[in-house]
Design a protein around this ligand. Structure first.
Ligand code: HEM
Length: 205
């Protein structure tokens, strides 16, 4: 889980980076150039397959891990004083993961599918105009904010636990990794969350 998690984190860095090109605020010219490069670069196309395989593997590993944990302790604790033993998001990784999965289905339908359909039909596609159209509807803005919120909590726990799963649990380095994880989660999610909001408000045109 640690390896697939870190791979998905590296995808998020590229994704939030390309998306931030909307802040050039030049009617999507810079952003569309980035999106066009991503859609047509053969190496990125191969990475796309690896990405989807990584996403599925990460979810399957989570299900197996949860089942193994249950098997290791078939009788549930009579008293689970959760808050005293673990943080809310470490106990809620499964719920947040499912919420993220639902968000991803909507998200891929909004953006990935129209791009692919245009590619197959050999038609021009303006991803920026598609962004504007999606984020002109308040309910999509709401869905994206909920999705990004789930991502933030998922990452807050997931970032440092990826290193822990890989065996990196060190008195000296773990506190620093935890701090980097918190800042990373907040910055990436604030950037993602700002996109539907600024487009809905017409700040990005
Ligand atoms: C709220 C801000 C977000 C915006 C504006 C956004 C925008 C986009 C766009 C435009 C694409 C289509 C790229 C194409 O033309 O093929 C895309 C693809 C994708 N996005 Fe997002 N995204 C956001 C957040 C997220 C988040 C939070 C995640 C993950 C948790 C995510 C995961 C993906 C995935 C897996 C793809 C498919 C990548 C591929 O083409 O291989 N996105 N996104």
């Amino acid at each position: 889980m640690g390896l697939t998690g870190l791979f998905l984190i590296s995808f998020l860095v590229v994704h939030v980076g390309i998306n931030s090109l909307i802040y050039a605020n030049d009617n999507g010219e810079t952003f569309n150039a980035g999106a066009h490069f991503m859609a047509h670069n053969p190496l990125i196309r191969v990475m796309e397959i690896v990405l989807f395989a990584g996403l599925i593997l990460h979810a399957v590993q989570a299900i197996i891990l949860t089942m193994e944990n249950k098997k290791a302790r078939p009788v549930a604790y009579a008293m689970t004083n959760g808050a005293a033993n673990s943080s809310w998001y470490s106990r809620s990784m499964a719920l947040l993961g499912i919420l993220l999965l639902l968000f991803l289905i909507v998200h891929l339908g909004n953006f990935w599918l129209p791009t692919k359909q245009a590619l197959i039909a050999d038609e021009e596609h303006n991803t920026f105009e598609n962004l504007k159209a999606v984020f002109s509807q308040w309910y999509f803005v709401l869905i994206y904010l909920i999705g990004v919120f789930a991502l933030c909590y998922h990452l807050l726990h997931g970032f440092q636990s990826a290193f822990q799963s890989l065996g990196l649990n060190h008195k000296k380095y773990t506190p620093t990794i935890k701090k980097i994880g918190i800042w990373f989660s907040i910055i990436v999610c604030l950037l993602f969350a700002s996109m539907p909001v600024t487009m809905f408000l017409g700040i990005i045109k």
